[in-house]
Design a protein around this ligand. Sequence first.
Ligand code: C5P
Length: 394
Amino acid sequence: MITIGVTGGIAAYKIIDVASLLTKKGYEVQAVMTKNATEFVAPLTFSTITSKPVIVDMFKQEKDGAVLHIEIAKKTELLLIAPATANIIAKLKNGLADDFLTTMTLATKCKVVIAPAMNSNMYTNQIVQENIEYLKSKGFLFIEPDSGLLACGDIGIGKLPTADKIVSYVLKTIEEMNIKQDLLGKKYLITAGRTVEAIDPMRYLSNYSTGKMGYALATMAQKRGAIVTLISGPTNLKPPAGVTVVNVRSAMEMYEEVHKYFKDTDVVIKAAAVADFRPKEVQQDKIKKGADTLTLELIKNPDILKSLGDAKENQILVGFAAESENLIENAINKLNSKNLDIIVANNIKQDGAGFNTDTNIATIIDKSGKINNLSKMSKEELANIILDKTRMER
Ligand code: C5P
């Protein structure tokens, strides 16, 4: 059941649409209103839409002697408080329980999503912002208000987002709540992105890897309950929530960091595109363009994955093989020579695979020789299949 707590703001009328959309999607919706909210919208509107009596008063709703706020608190899978006034946010921050909504919020163990809506001066007031930060630190989720023309005539942040936006946030939260926690407590070490090998103070050697595959793996592993450390080369991607990110630049730095964590890890997934060579010497000053030719001497970087294969105890080791020819044969050779448990191979020449795309076309091969050819799919979907496979190998 989704409970919607409506508080006394002008945006309360917008929540009629939210209740209606969720009801139409088949959710059981219970509306709870504060007394002030009933000044803006009649409870009858919500009870008609949700086909349930609206709860306003703490003491008029006893049902067969049951303690209603506890019963509703237990039945609720997600509590949405929208619009949330500065007042309700302050009350929740201080643990007050002086009406039905605040009392049931204290009594519930479910996810609470809060959509603040108020005048922008109120919203940006340091006290309100500190209250929001405090509640966030306790696990409350907040939907950021929109900016625009407010009911009071001011322009600024504080507008309740559209019903569609609120509903998609609620549905996304429910989807995440339902993700299986099958990697709970397992330690995953994931590498992502490219490495950058310095030539002089302003130039480097690198490749086109964006880090999307490694970031998708880290994101999905974290959502499935794993404790994730992500060793990342330079990318433009946002650090995944709840993941420890260690930023590195060169292959040598990645080598060092990976080995720091390796011993205390259950599964390592090396999705990074590591440079095989680096300039033998990094020039201290910018190389001048005087000469017609320039020869750079390169030396080999350590193969990080192979060094892990050599040092492996009980860890599951997953490598990637980006190939442009003889995909399977090359991938199997890598699986064996690097002592891996699983290799994910893709043909970088194929459309929709490899670097710089949101999709991938992969073949997963395990150490028993099982070959699984997958179709084109998003990197998140592929990440989940790879993570499934790491469980089966344990
Ligand atoms: O041998 P190849 O470079 O094709 O192998 C790719 C796999 O090895 C990837 O998982 C990549 O992260 C890893 N690798 C590594 N260190 C290197 C080169 C590749 O860990 N120096």
